[in-house]
Design a protein around this ligand. Structure first.
Ligand code: GLC
Length: 552
């Protein structure tokens, strides 16, 4: 594999880090984080070793859905800074070797967007067709509302327009009509604008909804995937190595279609939602089999496609694809209290409190996340083990200010605490116990461990590029897999149970006689005898091993 190719297809072996500038670092003491504050912390992120930032929406917005309700696609919200600050941020990130992708929210706008305000005023406006209208709502819409706590239908009546409009999300987020050529044109212009300002791609929000028109797709003559093909080829024309990372929460067999024909002409990266959900079931059961089944089901990807592996994102930790009984098992293990659950399908907690702060188990999960086939995506604060604040409503419980120090406002802002847009987390996972400053000084901290893990992951491209295969570990609690690439092989073993395990692992088709430990501190080699590896894993133990080719 040429190095040029691995550099061009950079997302195959990237480490993503998602954050919202609003909760990262406040530079001017107004209580909200901003782009200047983030720019000042780029060296922290570069030092951590991540390779690509994913910025959550920073566009002008009434902020009724944390910025996913946009009123201007070409700007930066006043709270967060200016376009000039944005360019300075991207410039600084590039200087430190980081790429930047941003959220592209094309399923809907805010109802305060000038397009919608004009559209609802007049049926003759050219913006009317930017949205999806009906004289009567569908009796049985083909889709359910995404936020059942707030909405009971995907159609809302608009007094001014005297028609119903489609919205899969909140009523204040009318769906755009992607079947309209003018809307497609606008979206290309928007993507093109940000590419010119230096971004390396987009996290595409709510993709499957984009293609649903609430039961009237026949009339709109929408070919579901044609839009994604258009968008991809437009972006490829503008910038060959820009990436699209799609939010598509569908069962694996349907999910793959979003890579496009031959997995080559739509979205390059898809979040591995099914894998993530089975991972939590496996953790709850201390049994690797559900996860193993999900890995087995994961189709191989083409050279340019990639899975995005995550254990937490900014939304509820959705468990919607598990059966009711399975979901209850995960709820019972990790979020038994109703206040920890959301929409009947997910959890609004972060991982460390779910695992009762068990450091060994936490590291097991991140070791898995960084070795499963794909590219890992961290959510800010995961590297230090931040917890949630359940006093904050809904999904925002996991979007508290970044914890930099044990001082005022966790070092996030100099504002009076009452002026903070969102309160910091308190208690066991609050800044007194969990913060960057303390962890930077402690060689055994999660932060320093994570930094070593990231470095090792970047040095082990087999996980991102290789063909994967499950290993027979002879133990249901232990997941074993190997990744082969360019004549090199790495193995990963993960013990999901709390008890130690003695293993005899079968390593197929190898004449090698040794494996080398990639994460342990002594770097000792282990013998591989006749394709058998004998080793002991402690409770929640994990190993990454590189097969050393025989020199004989
Ligand atoms: C996506 C985002 C979520 C947002 C929704 C509507 O699912 O991840 O945070 O609320 O889209 O834009």
């Amino acid at each position: 594999m040429s190095t040029a190719r691995t550099a061009d297809l950079w997302w195959k072996n990237a480490v993503f880090y998602c954050l919202d500038a609003e909760t990262f670092r406040d530079s001017d003491g107004d209580g909200a984080g901003d782009l200047v504050g983030l720019t000042e912390r780029i060296d922290y992120l570069a030092g951590l070793g991540i390779t690509c930032l994913w910025l959550m929406p920073f566009y002008p917005s009434p902020n009724r859905d944390d910025g996913y309700d946009i009123t201007d696609y070409y700007g930066v919200d006043d709270r967060l800074g200016t376009l000039g600050d944005f360019v300075a941020l991207v410039r600084t990130a590039k200087d430190r070797g980081l790429r930047v992708i941003i959220d592209l929210v094309i399923n809907h706008t805010s109802d305060q967007h000038p397009w919608f305000r004009t559209a609802r005023r007049s049926a003759n406006s050219r913006f009317r067709d930017y949205y999806v209208w009906q004289d009567e709502p569908q009796d049985e819409p083909d889709a359910e509302v995404v936020f059942p706590d707030a909405e009971d239908s995907i159609w809302s009546w608009d007094e001014q327009a005297q028609q119903w409009y489609l919205h899969h999300f909140y009523g204040h987020q009318p769906d755009l009509n992607i079947a309209s050529p003018a809307v497609r044109e606008e979206m290309a212009k928007i993507a093109g604008f940000w590419l010119e300002l230096g971004v390396d791609g987009f996290r595409v929000d709510a993709v499957p909804y984009l293609l649903e028109t609430g039961g009237i797709d026949g009339e709109l003559q929408l070919d579901p995937h044609s839009y994604l093909k258009d968008l991809r080829s437009f972006i490829a024309r503008r910038r060959g190595d820009a990436v699209l990372l799609g939010e598509v929460n569908l069962p694996t067999d349907e999910l793959v279609a979003y890579f496009g024909d031959e997995q080559a002409d739509e979205i390059q990266m898809l979040f591995a939602f099914p894998l993530m959900q089975q991972l939590y079931l496996s953790l709850a059961r201390q049994d690797a089999r559900p996860l193993a089944a999900a890995v087995r089901e994961l189709p191989e990807v083409s050279e340019q496609s990639q899975w995005a592996i995550f254990v937490r994102n900014h939304d509820e930790l959705t468990l919607d694809k598990l059966s009711d009984d399975e979901r209850e098992e995960v709820f019972a293990a990790f979020g038994p209290d109703e206040s920890m659950q959301l929409f009947g399908r997910g959890l609004r907690r972060r991982l460390p409190p779910m695992l009762d702060g068990d450091q060994q188990r936490l590291r097991l999960v991140y070791s898995l996340m960084f070795s499963l086939p794909g590219s890992p995506v961290l959510f800010y604060g995961e590297e230090i083990g931040m917890g949630e604040n359940l006093d904050i409503e809904g999904r925002l419980s996991v979007r508290t200010p970044m914890q930099w120090t044990d001082g005022k406002n966790a070092g996030f802002s100099d504002a009076r605490p009452s002026r903070l847009r969102r309160p910091v987390t308190e208690g066991q996972f609050g800044p007194l116990a969990v913060n960057v400053s303390d962890q930077e000084r402690d060689p055994d901290s999660l932060l320093n461990w994570m930094q070593r893990l990231i470095r090792r992951r970047r040095e082990t491209p087999e996980f991102g590029w290789g063909a994967w295969q499950l290993l027979d570990t002879g133990d249901d609690a232990v997941l074993g897999h190997q990744c082969d690439w360019e004549g090199r092989r790495v193995l990963a073993l993960h013990n999901l149970s709390s008890s130690p395990r003695e293993l005899r692992v079968a390593v197929p088709d190898t004449g090698a006689s040794e494996v080398v430990d990639l994460l342990g501190s002594d770097g000792k080699a282990l013998e591989l005898e006749n394709g058998r590896l004998e080793l002991k894993l402690e409770g929640y133990g994990y190993r990454w091993l590189r097969v050393r080719p025989s020199t004989a």
